[in-house]
Design a binder for this molecule. Sequence first.
Ligand SMILES: [Zn+2]
Length: 299
Amino acid sequence: MVHLRYLGAKHRYVPHWTDGTRAQQLNAEVSADGTVATLHLPAGQATVSAQEILASDHYGALLTRLAANPETQRLTLGQSHDGRVIEAVRFGRADAPGLVILLGRQHPPEVTGAVAMDAFLVALAKRMNGNPALARRFQVLAVPFLNPDGVARGHWRANHGGRDLNRDWGDFSQPETRAVADWIAGLPASVRPVAMVDFHSTRRNLFYVQGESETDEAQERFLQAWLGGQEQAIPGYPFTIERRNANPNSGTSKNWFHAQYAIPAYTYEVADTTDRAATASAADVLAGRFLDALNEVAP
Ligand SMILES: [Zn+2]
């Protein structure tokens, strides 16, 4: 029997027992206030995890697969506290003026957001490679595994510096966030960010976008071109669009990129329990619409 006591958090995920051949859902007795969960473990050797484990070997394989196309470049942006590499891929040409930034796994357990990001990247690569007109106008920097130490160490939110990375944008006190900011700061002046999407997981499928008072006409057109009318249109993937007027000093990537560059900056949140295949096929559809929206609206 194992008691989990959550400090500053509540029980969120159904634990799974994975013995190498199969994953079995474990029942947890959860206290009324959600802060203690008791698990009864079967006999034997296994891994107990909340979600499927997508860690460094998964991302190594993903980046290798994406970078197998000669038009995609694999980049090392920096190192984590533990010395793990912060890697990225770039689609599009290095001199393309419009830069899209995609971020993933700031929060270690948020695996459904990662499932969406994987499919989103594969879909973007498919559409951008072999499309020289698009690759001349836009480049995409994708950093799908921004908190490798947190994932390796089984952290709930923080990196190995004890910081929630999605509260560090602007401070850049951590090597992981700094790696991305430094890379952008080193770009030629002719390259400017045009959009940012950060992939996460929560209880429902939703997009956090700018609030009414923070958006301008071009950003509103981008939002409508990308997500407008899609809330109930994708099979198995209903979602909502949540407008948030936000404090630019909150330290989230969404608010920092929006405040810094006056661009659409969104959080792509996938529910913890959404079917993985539906998540991936929705991300494929939304990646296509994302490029269409860029084409139509971005400068
Ligand atoms: Zn998150």
